[in-house]
Design a protein around this ligand. Structure first.
Ligand code: HEM
Length: 389
């Protein structure tokens, strides 16, 4: 039988269905191992992942720090490192804190409620197309203060970008990803040119008016694109995963009628089966993780999905514990690149769960879902369900 490290192919059908058993075996037998397909050191322990995510001086996100190149449209909060990144990040964080997230949550809850009204009693439907995509486009557009683009069209562009995140495993995905990024850039350009409604983008533009630096403007525009596309795609994936988890745990949805459980439960759903499976950093100097020596220039991949089930960090790690406190999971990352949109995502997930609980019809599974064949993002292509009246 091949070793567990040889068996770990994130695109394998069985692993896409349920990655957690093989990740648990890796955590035990090979917590730091070289993955040839990903050309990286892969980490499965919580403590090792946190260390890498925190230490941005040793582990770079910006490929230029290790001699790589970044095309201009990709220079954003996501690809820069502190100190360059910090100014852009704080611009967006400050603008986000000034937004009315209660309003975003209320409008999202109403949107889901209306869609459930349309779907109830009408036979099986696809949770991704009917709920996850519209909810996520609406939440992110509402936050930014822009007109939501047509759902279907936007989902296709976003899909191409999401698939290109696996470009290391499949180079054929890189070019369609580049074209899609350009399309999205054109859309974001049009938002910047037009006078935006009140919202995060208007706030950022206002703050930028006092900063004539062309480079900052470029970073800000690219970051607005990441907020929209990255925010949408992770949110949509999280909604699909959350509904799947709730369907597999009878009683969990109903228990989240309790406000305290709703608040802690949406975080537990992301820990239990979150959308972002891992991330990449590059060592800028020699270092050691566990028993492994890492050379400068080598890539390191902390696997959030493995860290989030590490029994050294979480009691009853393989169980869904809706009232888990504290819950310092890595589903939203950690350190200087942790998710900017965490509070927005939490609001969107609360809106979803609350609307499902508001509705008199009962959500039920209506067959097996089909997973996206992507390693970085854990998502459903389709997830059939029905609303029984
Ligand atoms: C449940 C939904 C979401 C999850 C699970 C999630 C997860 C993550 C994770 C794991 C990272 C860090 C990746 C890394 O270290 O490489 C990240 C970064 C980021 N997220 Fe989210 N995210 C979600 C929703 C959103 C939303 C709604 C927005 C915006 C409206 C957003 C905006 C961002 C941005 C801009 C970054 C880059 C931050 C940086 O590099 O400094 N995310 N997200």
């Amino acid at each position: 039988m091949p070793s567990v490290t040889d068996r770990y192919n994130p695109l394998d059908a069985e692993i896409l269905r349920d990655p957690y058993p093989v990740l648990a075996e890796l955590r035990m037998r090979a917590p730091v191992f070289w993955h040839t397909g990903m050309d990286s050191w892969t980490l499965t322990r919580y403590a090792d992942s946190v260390r890498v995510l925190r230490d941005h001086e040793t582990f770079a996100r910006d490929p230029r720090r290790t001699g790589g190149k970044v095309p201009e449209p990709s220079l954003s909060v996501q690809t820069l490192d502190p100190p360059q990144q910090s100014r852009v990040r704080s611009l967006f964080m400050t603008a986000l804190r000034a937004q009315d997230l209660v309003g975003v949550e209320d409008r999202a809850r109403l949107l889901v409620r209306e869609r459930l009204d349309q779907l109830a009693g009408g036979g099986p439907f696809d949770v991704v197309a009917e709920i996850a995509v519209p909810l996520s486009v609406a939440v992110v557009a509402d936050l930014l203060g822009v007109e939501p683009p047509p759902y279907g069209e936007f989902a296709e562009v976003s899909d191409a970008i999401m698939r290109s995140m696996d470009g290391g495993l499949n180079p054929a995905l890189v070019e369609p990803g580049r074209v899609a990024r350009q399309q999205l850039s054109d859309l974001v350009d049009s938002w910047f040119a037009a006078s935006a409604r009140s919202g995060l983008l208007a706030r950022v533009r206002q703050a930028m008016a006092a900063d004539p630096d062309a480079l900052t403007r470029l970073y800000v525009k690219n970051t607005a694109r990441v907020m929209f596309q990255g925010g949408y795609s992770t949110m949509a994936a999280a909604v699909g995963n959350a509904v799947h988890t709730l369907l597999a745990h009878p009683g969990a949805l109903g228990r989240m009628r309790d406000g305290a459980l709703l608040a802690t439960g949406v975080d537990e759903l992301v820990r239990f089966d979150g959308p972002v499976q891992g991330t990449t950093r590059t060592a800028v100097r020699s270092c050691r993780i566990g028993h492994v020596d890492i050379a400068p220039g080598q890539k390191v991949v902390p696997l959030f999905a493995a860290a989030n089930r590490d029994p050294a960090a979480f009691t009853r790690a393989d169980e869904l514990v809706l009232d888990r406190i504290p819950n310092r999971h890595l589903g939203y990352g950690w350190g200087p690149h942790s998710c900017i949109g965490t509070t927005v995502a939490q609001a969107g997930l609360r809106a979803l769960v609350a609307a499902l609980n508001d509705h008199p019809a009962r959500l039920a599974a209506a067959g097996e879902g089909v997973r996206h064949r992507t390693a970085t993002m854990r998502a459903f292509d389709t997830l059939p369900a029905a609303l029984l009246v």
